[in-house]
Design a protein around this ligand. Structure first.
Ligand SMILES: Cc1cc2nc3c(=O)[nH]c(=O)nc-3n(C[C@H](O)[C@H](O)[C@H](O)COP(=O)(O)OP(=O)(O)OC[C@H]3O[C@@H](n4cnc5c(N)ncnc54)[C@H](O)[C@@H]3O)c2cc1C
Length: 452
């Protein structure tokens, strides 16, 4: 390890600020360079999704950084998916067995502020208005530009950590000197954010403790609660076809879409036209890299290494797990190259697994949550989880409420899915199943679950 145990982090977003905290708490000297201004001074200027679902993996990382209590003060519990059918019916599909298995809606800006506070309290130094422009890896000098006065700053480093998000400038600099095996798969769908304000009495205008979904086949809307009694609504549509962002181009067309497909949501969004026209459509893509580090000089974490589509609500949770893993490897390894290589070996297969599960979840959310086969398999899944808690756990629970490696959850999820398909074949209700055969099949086909 470099004698002064000094690390330079690019990006003070979610992953950068958390990693800075974990390393500073372990005695590392940490400097973080962030392109934007300090959100504590000028108000949060994040243009992306306003709230995020926080799950056990993320909470575990926050606990290690002593940030969980503060974050949870502002979090809103989401017990399950509240599905809004076309005919106006709703159905709450619980995520877990009880309120010990829930997810939490947190405000991105507030979370970032808590993370910056704890990073600085731990001793990390955060430099705002410093946008990484270029890196001379041989001289170990990084160049930053200040967006206010356009001044440039050259900084020497031991090693850089790229926590600068999906459009990472550090990744681009690394790719100029080494082939990272980069590939981006665009989903062909984009998203737009809208808002449900508080009800006239100041409370929530729909059930607050749920993630609301309006599944409509090729597209959908979701809404997550904020603690100021609003909901952030996200409309996901294909880029082409009908309807799509090519046919729904302005507020009037958005209103027509909502009148037809999201009729019960429409009265809740009084500023639909304005929100639709003001907010940009965000692209959705999965970023794959074969290499995350450049020997001992640079490593990528979070979205910079493995941006994913948001349908499992795990991008941030996964990024937080990266931070814990990297801090552990940096503490244990004899040198930076070994630490970065071990980090990549541990995390890359897991990132691939959650990227795949996030893609699969889009289909499930928009097209399957109101489908009869799915509902029967889901009912059996819950019964099997009760009858065989040591062998069967719904994949969603393995990803969301447990910390077993994503790759393990993915593989077990595939075995379980096949089991559910086989056991429900030819049935329309669970009442006709032979439970002795079901139990024997579970014991034969599923090994004992790993526990955290
Ligand atoms: C619509 C949507 C919904 C989502 N919902 C969820 C969810 O419910 N749950 C969940 O876990 N995840 C969710 N995610 C994913 C989550 O937002 C990301 O995985 C997470 O923000 C990644 O954190 P990060 O720190 O790697 O990157 P970012 O949060 O993007 O932070 C990157 C930071 O680097 C800074 N930066 C960028 N370029 C430079 C530069 N050149 N120099 C210096 N600094 C720079 C940026 O200003 C920013 O502060 C969602 C994503 C989207 C798009």
């Amino acid at each position: 390890m470099p004698a002064d145990r000094h690390i330079t982090v690019i990006g003070a977003g979610l992953a950068g600020a958390l990693l800075a905290t974990l390393l500073a708490q372990r005695g590392w000297k940490v400097d973080v360079y962030e392109k934007r201004g300090d959100p504590r001074v000028k108000g949060y200027a994040g243009g992306r999704s306003i709230n995020l679902a926080l799950a056990e993996r993320g909470r575990h990382a926050l606990r290690l950084a002593s940030g969980d209590d503060e974050v949870m003060e502002q979090a809103v519990m989401m017990r399950g998916r509240m599905v809004h059918f076309r005919d106006g019916r709703t159905d709450l599909q619980r995520y877990g067995k009880d309120d010990s298995e829930v997810i939490w809606s947190v405000h991105r800006g507030d979370l970032n502020i808590v993370l910056l506070d704890i990073a600085e309290q731990a001793g990390a130094r955060v430099h705002f208005h410093r946008s990484l422009d270029g890196v001379d890896f041989d001289a170990r000098v990084a160049t930053f530009t200040n967006d206010i006065d356009s001044s440039t700053h050259a900084i020497g480093f031991n090693a850089l950590v790229g926590a600068d998000g999906a459009g990472s400038a550090l990744r681009a600099a690394m790719a100029r000197v080494s082939d990272l095996g980069e590939r981006t798969d665009f989903l062909g769908h984009s998203y737009k954010e809208l808002e449900i304000p508080p009800a006239p009495d100041g409370g929530f205008s729909i059930e607050p403790n749920a993630l609301h979904i309006w599944p409509r086949g090729r597209y959908m809307c979701i809404a997550l609660p904020n603690d100021e009694r609003t909901f952030t609504v996200t409309l996901f549509l294909p880029n082409e076809g009908d309807p799509s962002f090519a046919t729904v181009r302005n507020g009037t067309e958005a209103r027509a879409l909502f009148e037809r497909d999201f009729a019960d949501a429409l009265p809740l969004i009084p500023n639909l036209e304005e929100d639709f026209e003001r907010n940009p459509a965000g692209l959705l893509a999965t970023l794959y890299l074969d290499r995350w580090h450049l020997d001992d000089r640079a490593v990528l974490i979070g979205d910079a290494a493995h941006a994913m589509v948001p349908f499992h609500g795990q991008g941030m949770n996964c990024a937080f797990e990266d931070c814990v893993a990297l801090a552990d490897h940096l503490d244990r390894a004899p040198d930076l190259t070994t630490a970065f290589a071990a980090f990549q070996a541990e995390r890359l297969p897991n990132a691939r697994a959650i990227q795949q599960m996030a893609l699969e979840n889009y289909l499930e959310m928009r097209d399957r949550v109101d489908d009869d086969d799915y509902l029967l398999q889901r009912a059996l899944e819950l019964r099997l989880a009760e009858r065989h808690p040591d062998r069967f756990m719904p994949r969603y629970a393995m990803v969301t409420f447990q910390r077993m490696p994503y790759a393990v959850a993915f593989e077990r999820g595939q075995q379980q899915r096949q089991l559910l398909v086989d056991l429900t074949r030819g049935h329309t209700t669970l009442d006709t199943l032979d439970w002795d055969t079901v139990d024997a099949t579970v014991r034969e086909r599923l090994t004992l679950l790993p526990r955290d």
